[in-house]
Design a protein around this ligand. Structure first.
Ligand SMILES: NC(=O)C1=CN([C@@H]2O[C@H](COP(=O)(O)OP(=O)(O)OC[C@H]3O[C@@H](n4cnc5c(N)ncnc54)[C@H](OP(=O)(O)O)[C@@H]3O)[C@@H](O)[C@H]2O)C=CC1
Ligand SMILES: O=C(CO)COP(=O)(O)O
Length: 352
């Protein structure tokens, strides 16, 4: 008969099981790529797609050419437009739809969504109107406990990950053991996730970097070079960390993969939809023209610049670059005029 204490220790050391059957809800760039990451890590993957033709193409040809022309998914990955079929027996659910539609999507899935498995959020945004982070939306709509929600973030441009180029990521969950279980589920030969318990910081960093990427694209569109981009990345980091600090995030998170890591990738790569969108605005296109050119793919920063600005204002945090992006995207202020405005602001210390 084991000592009661010894038994307890054994229970504490028992890791949570690695989910094997995983459903990805959303068949866009990142959802499809993440399905590949999961399948290459040995998981059994089903994708939910909104459109029949996308589901059929994935199941029959293992491709999703409207989002990722060069990708061939591993054998066994299948897709359906029926959420109940997609979610049957799921041991973890990955949410891979744009942040502004997550609430509506979740609400429609609710009757068939398992609420006793990890819910993994890939979306990088803050909800318009409520100013909520995606994990907050998930908890609110589904009623699950916050410990059940896992956030995956980091420098993960879908096209590069789909091409199996090495990349690291963060798996954030307030329950460390659950983060470890998801870390095991998605680790593979080209995808290396690290755990973090700072969900607030990872989510804010992921949402804010899209807005800063817009500004870097805009700078490129205006013809500015590396000094401008480096200044925007660094001051963007300062303002997102300021918001994070006010909302209880760990400052170290912003120095990590979800912060600096994703900022550098998104702000410097022409593959970034947010950066590309900003570049188009910098070259003189209107928001509507830039939106048409993104071919229906989401550039989250265009909407999140407004929700993050509201969030910052509600907490008395100064975010001049985010404010500037809101003014370009939603008040029609020309990018070049904003440069002058930003430089006219009161002089201050770097960490003030
Ligand atoms: N792409 C990337 O490199 C990365 C993206 N992310 C984040 O992942 C999230 C998803 O992005 P991503 O996959 O790239 O987005 P895409 O725009 O490429 O795809 C969005 C997917 O969601 C579906 N969808 C379902 N409901 C809606 C709706 N109401 N409105 C719009 N689309 C809907 C789309 O269906 P349909 O095809 O029918 O339009 C599509 O399958 C975003 O928050 C993004 O920031 C994070 C890391 C990397
Ligand atoms: O989040 C991303 C890379 O980490 C993708 O960025 P874009 O949405 O700007 O393409």
């Amino acid at each position: 008969m084991p000592e009661p204490g010894a038994r307890q220790e054994t229970q504490q050391e028992m890791p949570l099981p690695t989910p094997q059957r995983i459903t990805v809800l959303g068949a866009g760039s990142w959802g499809t790529t993440f399905a590949k990451v999961l399948a290459d890590a040995g998981r059994d993957v089903t994708i939910w797609a909104r459109r029949t033709e996308v589901a059929e193409e994935i199941t029959e040809k293992r491709t999703n050419t409207s989002y990722l022309p060069d990708l061939v998914l591993p054998e066994g990955v299948r897709a359906t437009t029926d959420a109940a079929t997609a979610l049957a027996d799921a041991e973890a659910v990955v949410l891979a739809v744009p942040s502004q539609s997550l609430r509506a999507n979740l609400t429609s899935w609710l009757p068939v969504l398992p609420t006793d498995v990890p819910l993994v959020s890939l979306a990088k945004g803050v909800e318009l109107g409520t100013m909520k982070r995606m994990s907050e939306v998930i908890v609110e709509v589904t009623g699950v406990s916050p410990e059940q929600v896992v956030v995956v973030s980091g420098p993960n441009l879908a096209v590069e990950v789909a091409a199996e180029q090495p990349a690291a990521a963060v798996v954030a969950c307030t329950d460390h053991d659950r983060a470890v279980a998801i870390q095991r589920a998605i680790s593979g030969p080209y995808f290396r996730p690290y755990t973090n318990v700072d969900v607030v910081g990872c989510e804010l960093a992921g949402a804010c970097k899209n807005v800063i990427a817009l500004s870097c694209g805009m700078a490129a569109g205006l013809g500015y070079g590396a000094n401008t981009v480096a200044s925007l990345i660094t001051r963007g980091l300062a303002e997102m960390a300021r918001l994070g600090g006010k909302l209880g995030a760990d400052p170290l998170t912003f120095a990590g993969l979800a912060g600096v890591g994703d900022l550098v990738a998104t702000c410097s790569s022409p593959l970034s939809r947010n950066r590309t969108f900003g570049e188009r605005l910098g070259k003189g296109e209107t928001v509507a023209q830039a939106q048409d050119a993104t071919g229906g793919q989401v550039a989250e920063g265009v909407k999140s610049c407004s929700s993050i600005r509201e969030l910052a204002r509600a907490h008395g945090v100064d975010m001049p670059l985010t404010d500037a992006m809101h003014r370009v995207c939603h008040e029609g202020v020309p990018p070049r005029k904003l440069v002058a405005e930003l430089f006219d602001r009161a002089k201050k210390s770097e960490w003030g």
